[in-house]
Write a protein that binds this ligand. Structure first.
Ligand SMILES: Cc1cc2nc3c(=O)[nH]c(=O)nc-3n(C[C@H](O)[C@H](O)[C@H](O)COP(=O)(O)OP(=O)(O)OC[C@H]3O[C@@H](n4cnc5c(N)ncnc54)[C@H](O)[C@@H]3O)c2cc1C
Length: 412
């Protein structure tokens, strides 16, 4: 739907990628008037959230998606992860994490982003008229004490009591709101492709730390794997330019034969990697979520999982305010939201950044430390359990959606 001049809404979500779209769905029962603004419709082949990547979803993310009624359609095209095998190419340390040992059916599920995109798009299309997609780019923001206003590239403007910036790593909204961002470049990129090994992965995920960076192979339905191979930007360009045979040979050399020979590879995509943290996650009448708030290295597959927990917390607070007839963009609400999410953000960032640094450092002492660390993780249940809880998104106080429960007393 196109933008209309000077439209008033309750919530404007800028960015209809994975995170913005999920938040819109989570808020539908609140009865609030919601606009989701994105210049790229979800159906477009260039929609960045829904490209050829796959996403590993934690059990908490599964519960959130279940509570939103999205899980059955996703699960039909997802592969469960039953074990995670972590190894270092140059040394003896190997650790395995087992779903069974954790009392779970699966440690997580891997879903192609295109499937996530399709399921979200279909749901958004079926939502009542209170939620409206607006195909436009936000050009300017004026956030004030009473309302936030965004000006679109077609000259129209929208006002709302709450503005949600879900416009990705290079968030223009963040800039317009005067929020600074701290970028840590890893001087690495991720080469992403779907590959077919001779042996089906059958629920096995692999994280292999190589001198160049971590290489992850995640199980996909149909005996395929999703490859995320972290290397230097120069090597990434070279790998992406290889023909299929040479690419598979390079991958085989880095990964070994745990899944037999690699037989086939799809199109390669290269993503630059950095840690990017916004100085604040809330401002007057505004909140940043998803990559706009924090972009993580994909080594531990945490970006969308963390963002889904943000969605669960924010939706519960905004929904509650709507039911009580309160202001969904009130400063106290936004600050309470940011405070509630602070610890999870800090822990996940430290874990992800720590993993990248520990495993990409070539110092001999550190190499010893990481071998010992991995072996210790295998032997010491407490250390492994802490890592697992983090990786699976189990926190302290969980919002209702994260417990698999719908939000209370919606408008239906
Ligand atoms: C290689 C790789 C592997 C990953 N694997 C995992 C994983 O296994 N598990 C996991 O949890 N996470 C993973 N992630 C992270 C995950 O992909 C991100 O957390 C997620 O894509 C963030 O989505 P988003 O909606 O915040 O941002 P985006 O996907 O970037 O979407 C932003 C949206 O905003 C729109 N937009 C931009 N500017 C404007 C504007 N001015 N006006 C209106 N709209 C605008 C864009 O069109 C876009 O649709 C991975 C990331 C990478 C790079």
């Amino acid at each position: 739907m196109g933008a209309q001049a000077n439209t008033a809404a309750d919530v404007i979500i800028v960015g209809g990628g994975l995170v913005g779209a999920t938040l819109a769905i989570a808020l539908v029962e609140s009865g609030l008037r919601i606009r989701v603004v994105d210049p790229v419709t979800a159906a477009a082949p260039t929609q960045p959230s829904y490209d050829d990547r796959s996403t590993a979803l934690s059990p908490t993310s599964q519960r959130i998606l279940e509570a939103l009624g999205l899980w059955p359609a996703i699960a039909a095209e997802a592969a469960p992860i039953r074990t995670i095998h972590v190894s270092d190419q140059r040394s003896f340390g190997i650790t395995r994490m087992h779903a069974e040992r954790e009392g779970l059916k699966a440690l997580g599920h891997v879903v192609p982003n295109r499937v996530l995109g399709r399921v979200l798009r279909e749901r958004i299309a079926a939502l009542p008229a209170t939620v409206q997609p607006v195909t436009a780019r936000v050009e300017r923001v004026e956030s004030g004490a009473e309302v936030a206003q965004v000006v679109l590239d077609d000259g129209a403007s929208l006002t709302a009591r709450l503005l949600v910036a879900a416009d990705g790593t290079r968030s223009a909204l963040r800039k317009h709101l005067g929020i600074d961002v701290r970028d840590t470049a890893y001087h690495q990129c991720a080469v992403v492709a779907n590959v077919t090994p001779a042996q089906a992965p059958n629920g096995r995920a692999f994280e292999r730390f190589t001198p160049e960076g971590p290489l992850a192979l995640l199980p996909l339905p149909g005996g395929h794997c999703s490859l995320v191979w972290t290397v230097s930007p120069e090597r990434g360009q070279r790998l992406a330019g290889l023909d299929d045979g040479d690419f598979l040979a390079a991958l085989q050399a880095a990964f070994g034969y745990r899944l037999g020979r690699f037989l086939q590879v799809g199109q390669r995509f290269v993503y630059p990697l950095s840690l990017s943290r916004s100085g604040q996650r809330v401002a007057e009448r505004s909140v940043l979520i998803g990559n706009a708030a924090r972009t993580l290295h994909p080594v531990a597959g945490q970006g969308f999982n963390l963002a889904l927990r943000d969605v669960a917390e924010l939706a519960e607070r905004v929904h509650g305010a709507a039911l009580r007839g309160e202001d969904p963009g009130a400063t106290a609400l936004l600050q309470a939201y940011a405070a509630a999410r602070q610890g999870d953000h800090r822990r996940v960032t430290l874990m992800t950044d720590g993993l990248v640094r520990l495993f990409s450092n070539r110092l001999p002492g550190l190499r010893f430390a990481r071998n010992v660390g991995m072996v210790a993780m295998e032997l010491l249940p407490a250390g492994r359990a802490r890592f697992m809880r983090q990786a699976m998104g189990r926190g302290n106080r969980l919002p209702r959606l994260a417990r698999g429960l719908p939000l209370e007393g919606g408008h239906g």
